[in-house]
Every structure is written in C-alpha cells, then in structure tokens.
Design a protein around this ligand. Structure first.
Ligand code: FUB
Length: 331
C-alpha cells in the first residue's frame, strides 16, 4: 500500500508500516501525531462517515473505523483526530466502541456526530439493537464525555431512537441511522436522522431524551446522511441522494423547514457507494468533509477514507458544487 501520510511518531509507533488489513485491528492507545499531505487524509487505517466539531482553535474530526474485512458496513470503533491547522493531526486513543453500548448487538455500527452543550460532549451514534418485540434493527444511541476526545460513556443504557418508533413512516429495519444534531439560537436542540425517510425531533435540554413528536422531513430522493449547518440566517440540510450516493442539499430560513431543494452539492465519491459529508467553518473558511474509497489498492465501499475539500458559497447563499481533489486543502 502506498503510504501518503507521514506518520511522525510521538509515541513508540503503534501504527506505522503495518499492512492495511492488519492495521484495522490496531487501535491507537496513545496520542499519535500524523502529518497529512492530501486526500485521503489518513492512510494507516480506514476512516468513514466523518463528523466535524470546532471547539475554539481546534478542529475535531470523528470517524467510524471500517474494519477492512470488505464485507459490509461494520464499525467496531469510532475514532477522533484533532488539529489546529488541518495539516498536523493528533489521533487520540479510541474514545468510543460499539461494545461501550451494552444494549447494542453485533458490530454493525454506522455513522455518528458529536456536539457540545454546557461543557459536555454528546456523541450520537447509529448502532443495532433488539426492539421491545425482539426484532433486530438499527437504533441511535448517545454517549457523553467531559472532553471532546473522550473517553465517552453510554449516556442512557438504552437506545435514544429505536426502530419501532418510526415504523409508521418506514417499515424497514435500517431507517434509524445517521444522527446529526443542531442547537438553535434559542437553545433548543434538534436531532435529525434517517435512511429512505428523513426525520427530526426536539431533544430535551439533557440531550439524552427526545421531546414531543418525531416529524418526517420532506426531501427529494433522500437516501441517508443528513447534516445541518447554518450561515447567516440560512439553514442548510445536506444529505446523501441516490445510490451510489451524491450529496444534495436544501435550504430554509427555519430549522423546522420547509426545506427548499437546491440540487447536487457533491458528485459520487471515487470508488465508494457512499459519500457521507460534514460541513463546518474553521478559522474563517468553510470545509466539506466526506469519504471515498480511494485508498489504493484495497480501498472501496467498505474500506473508506476521509477527505477534506473547501466549500464555497454563491452571493445568494446557495452552495457551489464541491470540487473533490487529491491535493485537498494543501494546493
Ligand atoms: O457507515 C455505514 C453507513 O454508510 C452510514 O451510516 C451511511 O451514512 C453510509 O456512509
């Protein structure tokens, strides 16, 4: 495997030149420094479903770790990387695992997002559980920590969103995935999620219970991966559409919609059926974070890698289509 990432070992090198397959079972136990030179960002392990959080002068990048077995979307660990300049990154000790949710079954965890409230960090994850009726299905859990790099602990001891809460709209077992959380100016927090059908619900101030009804969100050709961001007085709801996935987006003047569809934001990502974006502003620039399957030779739909490119706006607030590059933000 061609190593594009230069690993600068601050520690005694837990994850250096190990063949890709073997690396996937190697969990970082200490902080390790990584210097990035382009896209994909990290080539020492597979990273999927990025979520980004900016705290002060630091960019935190959360990702699921694809196992590398190439047999499906199976994420045993979620990872966290941090950077102050997007070039030099610290990979922190594994902060959260599927096994940290005692009620979760299997290793089939999927996408996630971390958000801060009142000095605590809440990590919303897609995982799998058994509903009250014993049926296995996707569910959303939440873990909490005092630090953005963890360690995180299951905040409830049960699923926040379970599959049987949404059968009224979608009678499949995998629609309750891909949580994204937004805290609005008035302090009200909202959870969006979904596959096939997008949903949202208000969260109580404790961030670990929903308040009121689950609402469907009307979006054309919604597949999965909603992400909310705001610039000025526009809310943006970007999401994966079709399969293989492109990223589309919609805009609204209210977090509760209605959402106006604005078209495609990102094309199909190289060598991957999924695309899964996060959008944040960091030090005055906007970034589009996503994954592709471009880690040669072994990369693919189940062996994904996180990338970052710039995001630009038109004068009317609409988004310019993303240009995915191998140079990334370093050109
Ligand atoms: O990683 C598994 C699933 O693939 C995610 O939950 C989706 O968003 C897609 O990226």
């Amino acid at each position: 495997m061609k190593l594009k990432t230069t690993l600068t070992l601050l520690t005694l090198g837990l994850i250096t030149a190990i063949p890709a397959q073997a690396q996937q079972t190697t969990a970082a136990k200490k902080d390790t420094m990584i210097t990035v030179t382009g896209n994909p960002l990290f080539t020492h392990k597979y990273t999927a479903d990025p979520a980004a959080l900016v705290v002060g002068d630091t960019f935190y990048l959360y990702a699921g770790q694809d196992t590398g077995d190439g047999r499906g979307y199976n994420i045993p660990n979620w990872l966290v990387f941090s950077s102050k300049d997007l070039k030099t990154w610290t990979e922190h000790a594994v902060p959260l695992k599927t096994g940290d949710f005692p009620w979760a079954v299997g290793n089939s965890s999927w996408a996630s997002q971390v958000i801060e409230r009142d000095g605590k960090y809440y990590w919303y994850v897609s995982t799998e559980h058994r509903d009250v009726d014993g049926k296995r299905g996707k569910a959303i859990g939440v873990a909490v920590s005092d630090s953005p790099v963890g360690p995180f602990k299951d905040a409830r001891g049960s699923a926040l969103i379970s599959n049987n809460m949404t059968t009224k709209w979608t009678n499949i077992s995998w629609d309750d995935i891909d949580p994204t959380v937004w805290i609005d100016n008035d302090g009200q927090a909202y959870l969006f999620w979904g596959n096939t059908q997008c949903y949202y619900a208000k969260l109580k101030p404790n961030m670990t219970e929903i308040e009121g009804d689950i609402m469907p969100v009307s979006l054309p050709s919604f597949t999965e991966a909603p992400w909310i961001h705001k610039r000025g007085d526009w809310y943006y709801l970007s999401y994966a559409t079709g399969f293989p996935e492109k990223i589309a987006y919609a805009m609204s003047k209210s977090i509760q919609g209605p959402w106006q569809y604005k078209g495609i934001l990102n094309e199909i990502a190289g060598n991957s059926n999924t695309n899964h974006q996060a959008i944040v502003e960091f030090k005055g620039n906007w970034y589009f974070v996503y994954h592709n399957g471009a880690m040669q030779i072994e990369g693919g739909s189940y062996r994904r890698s996180v990338c970052i490119d710039r995001l630009f706006y038109n004068k009317d607030g609409s988004l310019k289509r993303v240009q995915m590059t191998t140079e990334g933000i370093f050109k």
